[in-house]
Design a protein around this ligand. Structure first.
Ligand SMILES: [Mn+2]
Length: 386
């Protein structure tokens, strides 16, 4: 049975040669930070200490921490713009990240769309953690925030230890009613958020910096939640202006940035409509469960890689107990969500000259998930279709 990687992509030879000749460019991948500044910073410092200066971040920087969502965005910006670095005690030199790829996640997009002026996105956002961001931004609307807080706290108490998405759904039921009954209060709260210059600047920066996908020189593809897949198991990215496939997402994002939805300007739902379908399919595939479908059907996983001419796929978004891979070096699911909700969690990968190192975070401590790691020889064997 064929279980290695196909050699259709010329980038595959690049990857193998890099490993064999010692010229592979190392990188770290981290996903779903969700306001967990301490762990994010600890991971960045660990990687910089190891001499790894290339970072691939799979999206969802905000929303699940009570105090550090905006702080994570500020840290992310300083990392990207080489204002944050790690001082090497021996040489006295400061090491900076050289290449930081920032993907957008569904939470980031809701924040951006809120700041753009989408009331629909705002309502969704405050149900899934946006409220924490507003509190952190010290947005004053005491009665409403107190009301929302009460609902959230009550449900959190009831569902202690349960996954965030269940909390989100429960909050949704009570909040929907509150929102229906208090449209003016909701509108005021959104206006206040949009009047915060700091928040607006961060949303604008994220919109102009973030990507919907990224493919590197080795044919390794990064996406936040997965890719829309048809019943035939093929990736199905809607046509955008007559172009289908991944590259259509570039023009989609470019148009989104440039068109009537420029940051700070009011938009109507109709203004966002052309983008919404694609955004929701690539940003939030919880219903389709992209990774689950692939893991249950390795042939399907291979079909997706073949179809996209890629050698490896790294996906975030999906909460799981540990990082998991489908078929050795082929497909990885990573998600570093709040340890407050999940005791032990996977969240980071290191692709280096030594192979692939998998990290998990347990009670704030970064540990290597030894069983999930791949040595250089194992990786080369996978890549050369053993
Ligand atoms: Mn997500």
């Amino acid at each position: 049975m064929k279980n290695g990687l196909v050699s259709k992509s010329p980038k595959l030879q690049n990857w193998i040669r890099g490993l064999q000749q010692g010229t592979f460019k190392e990188f770290a991948a981290i996903s779903d930070i969700h306001g967990n500044l301490g762990t994010f910073k600890a991971l960045v410092d660990m990687f910089l200490n190891l001499g790894i200066t290339r970072f691939r971040l799979n999206g969802d920087y905000i929303d699940l921490d009570e105090e550090h969502n905006i702080a994570v965005l500020r840290f992310l910006k300083s990392l990207k713009e080489q204002q944050y670095g790690l001082k090497d005690e021996k040489t006295g030199k400061t090491v900076y990240a050289e290449d930081v790829v920032i993907l957008l996640g569904n939470h980031d997009l809701k924040f951006i769309q809120t700041m753009i002026g989408s009331r629909e996105a705002f309502v969704e956002w405050i149900k899934t953690g946006g409220l924490y961001v507003l509190q952190e931004a010290k947005i004053e609307h005491h009665a409403l925030i107190h009301m929302l807080e009460t609902i959230v706290k009550k449900i959190e108490r009831e569902l202690q230890g349960n996954p965030v998405n269940i909390i989100g759904k429960r909050i949704g039921l009570e909040l929907n009613q509150f929102i229906r009954e208090n449209p003016q209060a909701i509108a005021d709260l959104m206006d206040k958020a949009r009047q915060q210059q700091d928040l607006m600047a961060l949303a604008g920066w994220l919109l102009n910096t973030g990507k919907l996908y990224f493919e590197d020189e080795n044919g390794i593809l990064f996406v936040h939640a997965g890719l829309p897949m048809g019943a035939d198991g093929k990736v199905n990215i809607e046509n955008y202006k007559g172009v289908a496939g991944l590259s259509s997402l570039d023009s989609l994002l470019e148009d989104f940035r440039k068109s009537g939805v420029l940051i700070g300007r009011d938009v109507t739902p109709a203004g966002i409509a052309p983008y919404s379908a694609v955004f929701s399919s690539i940003m939030n595939l919880a219903e389709l469960d992209f990774l689950k479908q692939l893991s249950q059907n390795p042939q399907r996983a291979q079909t997706v890689l073949d179809q996209l001419h890629i050698n490896c796929l790294i996906v975030g978004h999906k909460k799981q107990d540990r990082l998991f891979s489908i078929g050795g070096a082929k497909i990885f699911g990573i998600d570093l969500t709040m340890p407050r909700y999940y005791g032990s969690h996977g969240g980071a990968l290191q692709f280096s000259q030594q192979g692939i190192t998998v990290y998990k975070v347990h009670k704030g401590q970064i540990e290597i998930d030894t069983a999930a790691c791949l040595s250089k020889d194992q990786l080369i064997a996978e890549l050369t279709n053993r």
